[in-house]
Design a protein around this ligand. Structure first.
Ligand code: DSN
Length: 437
């Protein structure tokens, strides 16, 4: 954790930075872990979190997560468990299911996947046999590891035919996807992304899937919160199956879930999650999901989702004003990628330098990147966490200037000190919106 400025000057503490946070039992039982958790509270309070897959779960969600529900085994589903004593956790899971269906207007949902990759693993098991052909967005063009990367189970178990973005526009070229689908005739067409800064035409993707008798699956992990808040088109009416996480724009704790449109898929998905790929569900995490869905059903969540997109647009506009090149020339969602090639820079040193000035971002490949994944040619930025802190267009513009200034003079400690003052001022003016102490 940076407790000094790059030049060695101590940083002024941000308010609500966890300075006096105490834990009833942990401080006595394990002060070492307690202190490390306190340090992470401080770090989160004093930095601008721009990783687009991160956010700030509410105190109610954190409380639900940290309960004795973690003591309970509940293999099976509500009313059909393999263990006794499940009457209470049955109610919790039913509540989570009912709220998730209401939030997303879905017919069926399984809320047990431990995380997004587990949701995708179960989904693959439900849809495909090993060796089946799958088309998904290439990792370097913004797809996810589980969308067919050769180092992931998806790339090892299935015959992957990735689709790329167009080299010039850096957007998905639906005609090219159609052509590729006709050649490949995949069992599954996987839609969705981790680093694509635009909207997807789900209706068009469904037409493509139908034209080759493929199952269309959308992984909406990144934009689920925007869908829940009505700020981004929903893939649910267009997809056979939709997978997601709960911790990103949806602002819950870590977790996954799977939606489907029909009874036939519902049965396959349930048995793929348990016993297919998981044992007992994490019932404390399911309780936290139920709380997350209740929060996302509130009218103010719509306002948050709208602001996430507005704020990303404001940040992108400022970065472009500062002469930076963005992949696809902008954003229509919560994230954007800076192409560092015109600056002759790479992602890793930029990410490291940003850490020293209180801006957290991640290095990321850009389409057709020739640089290696550990030091790629891009950085990925997003607006969810700072939007949860209440920042608006003005602050996004200030953050854009901080990033512009950093990139202009990345090795100058005086420049970095100045930027650190500004990011700390933003953190102080927009503290994490609940007391950490
Ligand atoms: N690795 C996550 C992200 O940062 O986008 C997606 O699972």
């Amino acid at each position: 954790m940076a407790t000094t400025q790059p030049s060695g000057v101590p940083v002024k503490p941000a308010s609500r930075g966890g300075e006096t946070l105490t834990f009833k039992a942990l401080d006595k039982e394990d002060p070492e872990v307690a202190e490390l958790i306190r340090q992470e509270y401080r770090r989160q309070g004093r930095t601008l979190e721009l990783i687009p897959s991160e956010n700030l779960a509410s105190p109610a969600i954190l409380e639900a997560l940290g309960t004795l529900l973690t003591n309970k085994y509940a293999e099976g589903y509500p009313g059909k468990r393999f263990y006794g004593g499940c009457e209470v956790v049955d109610e919790i899971e039913r509540l989570a299911i009912e709220r998730a269906k209401r939030l997303f207007g879905a017919e069926f949902v399984n809320v047990q996947p431990h995380a997004g990759s587990q949701a995708n693993l179960a989904m693959y098991m439900a849809v495909c046999k090993p060796g089946d052909k799958v088309m998904g967005l290439d990792l370097g063009c913004g797809g996810h590891l589980t969308h067919g990367s050769p180092v992931n189970f998806s790339g090892k178990l299935y015959e992957i035919h990735s689709y790329a973005v167009d080299r010039t526009t850096e957007l998905i070229d639906y005609d090219a996807v159609q052509k590729e689908a006709e050649q490949v005739r995949p069992r599954m067409l996987l839609v969705g992304y981790s680093a694509y800064p635009r909207v997807i035409d789900f209706a068009r993707m469904r037409q493509i899937a139908d034209s080759v008798d493929a199952v269309m699956v959308t992984d909406m992990a990144h934009f689920a919160g925007l869908v829940a808040g009505g700020a981004y088109a929903s893939p649910i009416p267009h997809s056979h199956i939709v997978t997601t996480t709960t911790q990103k724009t949806l602002r819950g704790a870590w977790g996954g879930m799977i939606f489907s449109a029909t009874e036939e898929w519902a049965k396959k998905i349930d048995s793929s999650v348990f016993p297919g790929t998981q044992g007992g569900p994490l019932v404390h995490a399911i309780a936290a999901k139920a709380v997350c869905f209740k929060e996302a059903l509130k009218p103010e969540f719509k306002e948050y989702a709208r602001r996430v997109i507005e704020n990303a647009a404001a940040l992108a506009a400022k970065l472009q004003d500062r002469g930076l090149k963005l992949v696809s020339n902008g954003t229509h969602n919560h994230l954007m990628l800076i192409d560092l090639r015109p600056l002759r820079m790479r992602g890793r040193p930029v990410q490291d330098a940003a850490d020293t000035v209180g801006i957290t971002m991640n290095k990321n490949a850009i389409p057709f990147d020739e640089a290696p994944p550990f030091n790629p040619s891009g950085i990925r930025l997003g607006s969810p966490s700072v939007s949860t802190r209440g920042m608006g267009a003005e602050e996004m513009s200030e953050i854009g200037d901080c990033i512009g200034d950093l990139l202009e003079n990345i090795d100058d400690p005086v420049n970095r000190d100045r930027i650190r003052e500004r990011t700390l001022d933003l953190c102080n003016r927009f503290p994490i919106p609940y007391a950490l102490d």
